[in-house]
Design a protein around this ligand. Structure first.
Ligand code: SF4
Length: 72
C-alpha cells in the first residue's frame, strides 16, 4: 500500500505515531517522517492513524490510479 502525508497540513499532533509507530515517527516537535510504502498487513493500523489525524493529512493509496491511469 502507499501513503502520503501532506506535511504542509500536518501539525505534529502525533496521533498517527501513537497508532502506528512503525510507520510514522516524529523527529522533534513537528518534523514527521513516515514509511511511504508500508506492508499491506499494516493497512488497518494505517487506516486508524489516518482516521485519527485531526487535520486529515494522511492519504492512503491516492496516487495509484493517478500514476497508472484509470483502467478502461
Ligand atoms: S496525526 Fe496528522 S497532524 Fe498529527 S503528526 Fe500525524 S499526520 Fe501530522
Amino acid at each position: 500500500m502507499r501513503i502520503v502525508v501532506d506535511l504542509n497540513r500536518c501539525q505534529g499532533y502525533a496521533q498517527c505515531v501513537y497508532l502506528a509507530h512503525e510507520i510514522f515517527k516524529l523527529n522533534g516537535a513537528e518534523a514527521l517522517t513516515y514509511e511511504p510504502n508500508p506492508d499491506d498487513a499494516r493497512r488497518l493500523q494505517v487506516e486508524r492513524a489516518a482516521a485519527a489525524c485531526p487535520v486529515q493529512a494522511i492519504m492512503i493509496d491516492r496516487l495509484d490510479g493517478a500514476e497508472r491511469g484509470a483502467p478502461s
